[in-house]
Design a protein around this ligand. Sequence first.
Ligand code: ATP
Ligand code: MG
Ligand code: MG
Length: 311
Amino acid sequence: MILTVTLNAALDITYRVPRVEPHASHRVREVVEKPGGKGLNVSRVLAALGHETLVTGFAGGPSGERLRALLAEVTEEGPVGDALVPVGGNTRRTVGVVDGGGGATLFNEPGPLIAPAEWDRFLSTYDDLLRDATAVALCGSLPPGVPVGAYGTLVRAARAAGVPVLLDTSGEPLLRGLAARPDAVKPNAEELAGITGTTEPLRAAELVRRRGAHAVVASLGADGLLALTPDGSWRVEPPRRLSGNPTGAGDSVVAALLAGLVEELPWPERLARAAALSAATVRAPAAGEFDRAAYEELLPEVRVAARLVAA
Ligand code: ATP
Ligand code: MG
Ligand code: MG
């Protein structure tokens, strides 16, 4: 089973209105609720690819209940196991107000304060889940109350259990996780620049590798992927520059890398799948979803080029 961790899971609510005007009353045409949070997106994509997967993190209060119900419903794409740990606070909601032109105005709640006893309960659940995991992904930001070094702790526990671990986060939590030597990290361009102070992706990726990641897969939006791994270095161009919704494209990169890892595919093949799957996610309306026909059409078009750099 592939385990994903989302410490800051959310209930995503989308309101559709013809247009947004400040200080005015709006009639909402449609309300859509979805399970939200980076690791949940990764697991939904993995399930749709036919992989057995389980999500953990926190869920609490009425919005936590709703999140779990929605997670049970997405099972038609492929079952996503629910191992979220109950907490006293209410799971955060994100509200996106989408206007007729497709533009979104977002409101993100901070998330419940996690008590020390709740964090301890999570750690023991995580240790139990690692016993049956073939790989684990640690995804997204930390909720209030969780120690800033949380990802360092979770990376070390995975390594001690012999489970390959991929980290996808930003800022100080990423730096703290890197120090524990994860198997892979997947920063986007902004996250790379944020922790290295350089906007030159290759230089930044090399710095991140030196800080402790065995492999760095940098996602550069429409410019594709740059991978520095123990087996070599590659540059992957997206099959085509697509228009659509890029939210969650990085989560699909993570899903493809995990799937390729457990299927023991060579790195170039993992990267080709990551580029096609993330592009197919840009073509789908929501994060955690991808256009399957686009994925199959794009995959044979992806070119993976070896880079001659000192990795
Ligand atoms: P998120 O965190 O929202 O999931 P991200 O910011 O971490 O996303 P990006 O670097 O924006 O990740 O996108 C991930 C990958 O998706 C890119 O490396 C690229 O392969 C693919 N991708 C993104 N935008 C496009 C696009 N316009 N056309 C084709 N492929 C794209
Ligand atoms: Mg992006
Ligand atoms: Mg991302």
